[in-house]
Design a protein around this ligand. Structure first.
Ligand code: CP
Length: 373
């Protein structure tokens, strides 16, 4: 993969920056970050160390399960010389009513970077991250502490930026420039759980920035939040790409160069879950989950199988993982792409490294040049 050039001035402008949504960053800023991730990948794959942040604490709070993102956070921190610590969010005093701002101040007091996953409840995760950031920034300002403590969104209700940036790097590695490329982001059947909306929302928003022709497919009753839908349309208009929403998986797959079929929960039940969660009504939450899976089961034919892959232009299959094999994707398609989706996932460690280094390392271009010697 050709390494993208990194504009030093843009890279310098990322010092101190948190990433809460890709939409908050300009396209040149994202390009600088992606170039930096490629640089770290090249160094790592050549066995060269990148310990630019020794003796620093990289703390992460997860309010939901994770395999890949936890390991990417830990792997990135270790490669940078930081000490990674990952905590179950539900084991903190947030569960007893501590506010997000208080939590932020307490964590920011000791940590040098903070990752957060809070993705299950619409309207809550991204807001929580903003409030934690305000708590950290307020504490650092009030105490005259010069540390930079960036927040990295490790998946919220709106976006999953480290995932979609890893996906973008993988797409560029396999397909090159995305301009003119047709990409299908499709709902697919899942019996396992009502999955968050943030991956498809993040994908349509981000990929439309880079000139791709993005088609979103979902059955009736499934939809995404208005803001990312609007951002995807505006980004496509600005980049020379396109964005459309259809209700047929076949239509989205026709002629596609890449397909990203994955499940998400039915809209009305995701909204109902907000109320049940606010009321702390666990029985109702369980009932909503059962109804969501029953609704999903009405669309078992939404599977990425050999017939559908044959409709594409020999498309690359992507998934954020874990995939429901036999439901979202046929065993045969998954077998064909098993190593490919692992390589896709591997980009996340370099995205997190790039975010931490860009936010925290002084004079980063010179420090990077020294790593190459
Ligand atoms: N795709 C993804 O974020 O994986 P995890 O949920 O395992 O972190």
């Amino acid at each position: 993969m050709a390494r993208d050039a990194i504009d030093p001035a843009t890279l310098a402008s990322l010092h101190g920056r948190s990433l809460l949504l890709t939409q908050d960053w300009t396209t040149p800023e994202l390009d600088a970050l992606l170039g930096l991730a490629q640089r770290f990948a090249a160094l790592d794959r050549a066995g060269r160390p990148s310990a630019l942040l020794p003796s620093q604490l990289a703390y992460a709070l997860f309010f939901d399960n994770s395999t890949r993102t936890k390991s990417a956070w830990a792997g990135a921190a270790a490669r940078l010389g930081m000490a990674p610590v990952i905590v179950d969010g539900s084991s903190t005093q947030v569960a007893h009513g501590e506010t997000a701002a208080e939590t932020g101040a307490m964590l920011g007091m000791n940590a040098h970077a903070l990752g957060i996953r809070h993705d299950l409840i619409l309207g809550e995760g991204n807001r929580f991250m903003h409030e934690v950031k305000a708590g950290i920034d307020g504490y650092l300002a009030a105490t005259g502490d010069p540390r930079v403590v960036p927040i990295v969104n490790l998946q919220c209700d709106v976006d999953h930026p480290t995932q979609t940036l890893a996906d973008l790097l993988w797409l560029r590695e396999k397909l090159g420039d995305l301009r003119g490329k047709k990409i299908a982001v499709s709902w697919a059947y899942s019996p396992s759980y009502a999955k968050p909306l943030s991956v498809p929302q993040g994908l349509i928003t981000l990929l439309a920035r880079f000139g791709a022709h993005v088609t979103l497919a979902q059955p009736e009753g499934y939809r995404l939040m208005e803001e990312p839908m609007g951002a995807a349309a505006a980004n496509a208009a600005a980049s020379g790409g396109s964005f459309r929403a259809v209700s047929s998986m076949d239509e989205a797959f026709a002629g596609a160069h890449a397909v990203y079929p994955k499940s998400w929960g039915p809209w009305d039940l995701m909204v109902e879950r907000v109320e049940a969660n606010r009321a702390g009504d666990k029985a109702r939450m369980g009932d909503i989950e059962k109804r969501a899976l029953s609704r999903n089961a009405g669309h078992k034919d939404w599977i990425c199988d050999e017939r559908r892959m044959a409709l594409t232009a020999d498309a690359l299959y992507l998934h954020c993982l874990p995939a429901d094999i036999g439901a979202e994707v046929s065993p045969g398609v998954m077998d064909r792409f098993r190593v490919e989706v692992a390589r896709e996932a591997n980009w996340k460690v370099y995205v997190v490294m790039a975010l931490l280094a860009a936010a925290k390392v002084d004079d980063l271009p010179a420090r990077l040049a020294a790593l190459d010697k």
